[in-house]
Design a protein around this ligand. Structure first.
Ligand SMILES: *[C@@H]1O[C@H](CO)[C@@H](O)[C@H](O)[C@H]1NC(C)=O
Ligand SMILES: *[C@@H]1O[C@H](CO)[C@@H](O)[C@H](O)[C@H]1NC(C)=O
Ligand SMILES: *[C@@H]1O[C@H](CO)[C@@H](O)[C@H](O)[C@H]1NC(C)=O
Ligand SMILES: *[C@@H]1O[C@H](CO)[C@@H](O)[C@H](O)[C@H]1NC(C)=O
Ligand SMILES: *[C@@H]1O[C@H](CO)[C@@H](O)[C@H](O)[C@H]1NC(C)=O
Ligand SMILES: *[C@@H]1O[C@H](CO)[C@@H](O)[C@H](O)[C@H]1NC(C)=O
Ligand SMILES: *[C@@H]1O[C@H](CO)[C@@H](O)[C@H](O)[C@H]1NC(C)=O
Ligand SMILES: *[C@@H]1O[C@H](CO)[C@@H](O)[C@H](O)[C@H]1NC(C)=O
Length: 426
């Protein structure tokens, strides 16, 4: 209902009591009773004056065709209106009111609908918020998973690079190994050849030795002026090899029993080694005291000592007899025959002396180890006028530890030395 018409209706409602009063004033003479409580019932058309306030306005049935009322406005500003007119008028307003009520209902309904829509909207908003929250949470966890995957990928990349490096290194080593293997294979082939060659040589040598064995002698005499290594056999003694040298100025049939040449063999050795002998028969060596004992006691021997100085001068000392005692006798120099030569009789003072090594002190000094003092092994007395098993010096010195022969008075060291024996022929 429009505001304007609503206002008009209100105005009319106010006008009604006023007109009723006017009518009363016309019909009854100046009756002063208030007529405000009169109500018109449209149904049975009676004028029932009661309290208007209690009237059920909206429950009125509406007649569809309202009649227009006529208003007569007099000079005294009284309005003359018939009861029917009034009823018509009321009908009109009631209709209007009913219409309005319907309209209001509709509006209210509309509002209800809107509110319910608003509520639905709110629910949707809420739902959306929840969904959004869930989505965000999922996004966060998804981001975490992504980060983890990233880290994993990084780690895998690092690992794969490490593996690649290792693989490269392995390949590198593999190539080196293959090269080495090839070299080794070649070396092994060479060695096999060499072994075959040496086996052949050994067989030859063995054959030679067997021949030698058959031709074993008790001295180098049978080998005359030749030079070579030969087998010596003596009674009750294991056969042994010796260098035979008949090519020197001393003549034929000599057996080399000691040789110093270059210092390649250490001569500072103990009793046991001097007993057995040591070194190389083709180079520096000592034959061994036991063999010396056996040889010189089996038959009479002479001794030839060959000396060479650093200035190239050669000297010799020849002894007509040479006998070495048993180990029980301390390998004593039991017999030393007459001296001949151009060196000196430097072995003379050692006659009847026992052999001494640093670990077997047989010398004449009580508080001195001559073997230690002269760094050698000899038939020391007080201590020595000769020291052919001393320390080898590569140049001439005056060292008491050196190889010396007393002819030159100081300890002048010698360049090379050889001791040889030969059975006495006369
Ligand atoms: C008029 O209406 C009143 C109230 O509805 C009712 O009590 C009364 O009987 C009615 N009169 C006639 C004549 O219908
Ligand atoms: C009418 O209204 C007056 C004042 O409002 C009240 O005192 C009276 O009881 C009412 N009459 C009826 C019949 O309701
Ligand atoms: C009419 O009045 C009755 C009681 O007299 C009530 O139950 C009903 O709701 C009313 N209708 C309207 C439209 O006001
Ligand atoms: C719709 O809801 C909002 C807040 O939830 C409220 O402020 C607004 O007044 C509501 N509208 C209606 C038409 O109910
Ligand atoms: C999801 O997270 C990423 C980074 O963590 C961000 O950039 C993006 O805006 C987020 N998306 C939503 C819909 O929250
Ligand atoms: C990478 O290597 C390390 C050690 O070798 C190992 O502990 C780790 O699990 C590896 N990472 C992956 C992703 O394989
Ligand atoms: C090493 O060399 C031998 C002989 O040539 C060959 O049989 C073997 O396969 C080689 N090994 C490798 C790992 O190359
Ligand atoms: C070598 O030295 C010895 C002893 O000192 C000496 O008698 C000899 O004459 C020297 N020989 C030469 C060739 O110098």
């Amino acid at each position: 209902m429009e505001k304007e018409s609503f206002f008009i209706m209100l105005m009319l409602l106010l006008v009604i009591p006023w007109t009723l009063q006017g009518k009363a004033a016309v019909s009854s003479v100046k009756k002063k009773d208030p007529v405000k409580d009169c109500v018109i019932d449209t149904k049975n058309k009676t004028n029932n004056c009661q309290n208007t306030t209690a009237l059920p306005i909206f429950n009125q049935t509406v007649t569809p065709k309202p009649k227009l009322a006529e208003f007569q406005i007099e000079q005294r500003k009284t309005i003359s209106i018939t009861k029917d007119d009034l009823n018509d008028l009321l009908d009109v307003y009631m209709t209007k009111l009913a219409e309005n009520a319907v309209a209001i209902n509709e509006k209210e309904h509309e509002i209800d609908q809107l509110q319910s829509l608003n509520k639905t909207e709110e629910d949707h908003m809420k739902k959306y918020q929840e969904l959004s929250d869930a989505c965000n949470a999922q996004n966060v966890s998804f981001a975490t998973v992504l980060n983890e995957k990233d880290a994993l990928i990084k780690n895998l990349r690092i690992n794969s690079s490490i593996i690649e490096t290792r693989l490269k290194r392995k390949q590198h080593f593999m190539s080196i190994y293959k090269k080495l293997n090839a070299t080794n294979t070649a070396t092994i082939r060479d060695l096999k050849k060499r072994v075959l060659y040496l086996e052949a040589r050994l067989k030859e040598r063995k054959d030679d030795l067997l021949a030698d064995w058959e031709a074993a002698t008790d001295s180098c005499l049978p080998h005359g002026n030749s030079f070579g290594i030969h087998l010596i056999q003596l009674p009750d003694f294991r056969p042994f090899l010796v260098p035979c040298d008949g090519s020197t100025v001393a003549g034929a049939g000599w057996t080399v029993i000691q040789r110093r040449l270059d210092g390649s063999v250490d001569f500072y050795r103990n009793w046991d080694e001097y007993r057995k002998g040591f070194g190389k028969l083709t180079g520096e060596f000592f034959i061994g005291l036991e063999k010396l004992h056996r040889l010189t006691t089996f038959q009479p021997h002479e001794l030839y000592v060959s000396l060479k100085l650093f200035n190239g001068t050669k000297r010799y000392a020849l002894y007509e007899d040479f006998v070495i005692g048993s180990e029980a006798e301390g390998y004593e120099l039991k017999l030393l025959g007459h001296y001949h030569g151009d060196a000196s009789d430097a072995l003379r003072t050692h006659d009847k002396m026992k052999f001494s090594t640093y670990d077997r002190d047989h010398d004449e000094f009580t508080h001195m180890n001559c073997a230690e003092h002269h760094h050698g092994a000899w038939w020391y007395d007080f201590c020595s006028r000769s020291n052919l098993n001393g320390k080898y010096f590569k140049r001439q010195t005056d060292d008491a530890q050196g190889i010396f022969w007393e002819r030159w008075y100081s300890y002048q060291s010698l360049k090379s030395v050889e001791m040889l024996i030969r059975p006495k022929q006369s």
